[in-house]
Design a protein around this ligand. Structure first.
Ligand code: PMP
Length: 361
């Protein structure tokens, strides 16, 4: 049972089908011959689909190797002060170690008063504010419209990492941003593809220079299959039914709380993504839980998987002022639209079994 969709989602059937016919494409999209023009056509069709989804012009969609690159592109090149929420993904957080953190409250929601005080002190310096649309560990949804209003008031730029929100939240709730990043493999497209989506009057500086592709904003021959897969996945988002997923998530949470009343679900008082549960099982470490779930062929994750495969203590939960002992007990369960109620019940049985085994007298 795969319950780690926030880490990566399976390829969509429609994307697989589209890719099967794309394997035979031949030609560099910059070439003037008909082979090249044909490939260029595929890329531009995908760009148009994505632009339509985000209600912008095609020229505002810049393909990158993923959200990590797109986040770095915006953060690395900003000349003025940078303010990042303390729960940003590491691809934002580590891109600017000189940035100032914006605090979050104990539910993991960005502190608007703190942001305003930072912006007030930086008036006239064109700061860049980065707040993600929804957190990858807790699923907590951020008040992007309110953040945007503050940025407007103090003439700051707003960057939104929308990786986990795309398809799950109405895009109108976060697309007010100056720049936004999305990632293919969270949406059922290939990994190694993502995009930066920008406002028309914002002109980012390239991070990668070379042949001048993507209107000179991202050089390198395009990842043709990746781009086609991303376009198809975005086209397919309208078929996803996240309401049922939310219902399944709520059912699992209520079973957990009923069985073990001192279970802690992080961010449970505020709006969260329909598919994400970040939950601490009292007294059982997350690495042990992960191992025992894995033995039962259930894939979940601890707060955030780091590239070495080692489990690190969650920076996000620390920022929410969670007791370190509880942080050590936290796991993340993230569902997809194909997850069923029966699977959630099986997951609950496995979870409760682990709990009971470790609390035997
Ligand atoms: N931002 C968030 C919120 C993410 O969850 C991820 C993926 N873990 C990324 C950025 C990085 O995306 P990519 O893998 O496309 O570089």
């Amino acid at each position: 049972m795969y319950c780690d969709y926030n880490a990566t989602a399976p390829l969509r059937d429609s994307v697989k089908k589209e890719l099967m016919s794309a394997f035979d494409l031949l030609g560099n999209p910059s070439a003037v011959h008909s082979y090249g023009r044909n490939v260029r056509g595929c890329i531009e069709r995908a760009r148009n689909t994505i632009a339509d989804y985000f209600k912008t012009d095609a020229q505002n969609v810049i393909f990158t190797s993923g959200a990590t690159e797109a986040n770095n592109m915006i953060l690395k090149n900003h000349k003025g002060p940078v303010f990042l929420s303390s729960i940003e993904h590491s691809s934002v957080f580590n891109a600017r170690i000189d940035a100032q953190s914006i605090a979050v409250n104990e539910d993991g929601v960005v502190d608007l008063y703190h942001l305003e005080s930072l912006l007030k002190n930086a008036e006239g310096t064109m700061p860049l504010v980065a707040v993600m649309a929804a957190n990858n560990e807790t699923g907590v949804i951020q008040p992007i419209q309110d953040v945007f209003n503050l940025c407007k008031k103090y003439q700051a730029l707003l960057h939104v990492d929308a990786v986990q929100a795309v398809g799950k939240l109405e895009q109108e709730t976060y697309n007010c941003a100056t720049t936004m990043t999305i990632s293919g493999h969270k949406l059922g497209a290939l990994s190694g593809i993502g995009a930066l989506i920008k406002k028309s009057d914002y002109h980012p500086t390239a991070l990668i220079n070379g042949g001048g592709q993507e209107r000179r904003m991202r050089s390198g021959t395009e990842n043709i299959l990746g781009i086609i897969s991303l376009g198809k996945a975005i086209e397919d988002l309208c078929h996803d039914d996240w309401h049922s997923t939310q219902h399944i998530r709520e059912h699992l949470e209520s079973m957990m709380l009923k069985a073990v009343p001192n279970t802690i679900i992080f961010g449970h008082k505020v709006s969260r993504l329909p598919n994400t549960i970040d939950v601490a099982m009292p007294g059982v470490s997350s690495d042990l839980q992960l191992m025992l779930f894995d033995q039962q062929n259930i894939a979940i994750s601890s707060g955030s998987a780091c590239s070495s495969g080692k489990i690190q203590s969650s920076r996000v939960l620390k920022a929410m002022n969670v007791d370190p002992l509880l942080i050590n007990n936290a796991i993340r369960i993230s569902f997809g639209t194909k997850t069923t109620l029966d699977q959630a019940e099986d997951l609950f049985k496995a979870w409760f079994g682990i709990y009971q085994k470790h609390h035997k007298k």
